[in-house]
Write a protein that binds this ligand. Sequence first.
Ligand code: NDP
Length: 287
Amino acid sequence: MPDHDTGLYGVWGHPIKHSFSPLIHNPAFSKFGINAIYTAFDIHPDELEQAVRGARSLGLAGWNLTVPHKQAILPLLDEISDTANRIGAVNTVVNDNGRLVGDNTDADGFLSPLLARTQFQPTAAECLLIGAGGAARAVAFALADAGAGRITIANRTAETAQDLVAELRSETSLPSATACTLEAVAGTRYPSVQLVVQCTSLGLSGHLPPCPDWESLPRDAVITDLVYGPQPTPFLQAASAHGLATHDGIWMLLGQASQAFYIWTGHHFDLDEASGWIADAIKQRQQ
Ligand code: NDP
């Protein structure tokens, strides 16, 4: 039962109804006997500055950020971690006695479960990223730092992909990075790409992003989509239909959530157990 001492956490986004984050953090607080609750806040981009002022006044203990706030929040905080600065995006804020500190758990949250749950080997690997927003930035830096050999970044807005490529070239030891348009991916052959990561928000609305020529990919390539939902996304369904291994975006959600929870509480939860919390909550909603 919440009381005077209950810590208030949440996820800020717009839209936010699709978020599974409350289904993870509330059971995690219960598991560790922590007096806190986690909810979802729909915050319009025009209201972000006001929301930060409100959070300071109300003493929110911490929060996550999702589309479209991860980059816009940077100048509104008191301190930004080195990781978040490098990625240029914040997905986790901790209120440290009134000082708002921004961090980013997306990079590790993406990579750790991918390495634990698939056969993908990052060393010298060729990777294709579709999208160049905040999440794609975290993925690109994670792969570059893990020793990838080549990253191609395709994006609707070509300049954003080119800027990210320039940063990867100057800030990492990635041997090769190139940018292209989204259209350039559609039906293109990628015979040496080991990992395809769908990082646009297109899949959120059920749209199928441009797909490579699936048959041209190595048979041991791994395909992942950062968009997640109760069912595999259209992108993952298309890859599966061509016999390719897929890795659901839910694992990145769980990975980044686990890191954020650790920042807030000093506790780690198990990702398999947490995926069960989500499945249970969905089942309950359907009853
Ligand atoms: P951003 O808003 O920072 O970036 C959005 C990306 O999607 C950009 O590349 C943008 O291209 C592209 N895009 C948006 N609309 C369209 C469109 N109509 N046609 C083509 N491209 C489009 O968002 P994030 O990077 O933070 O998030 C991207 C997706 O990843 C979201 O769906 C989010 O839910 C998901 N995500 C999942 C996580 C997980 O834990 N599984 C973690 C983080 C994100 P442009 O630059 O041209 O605008």
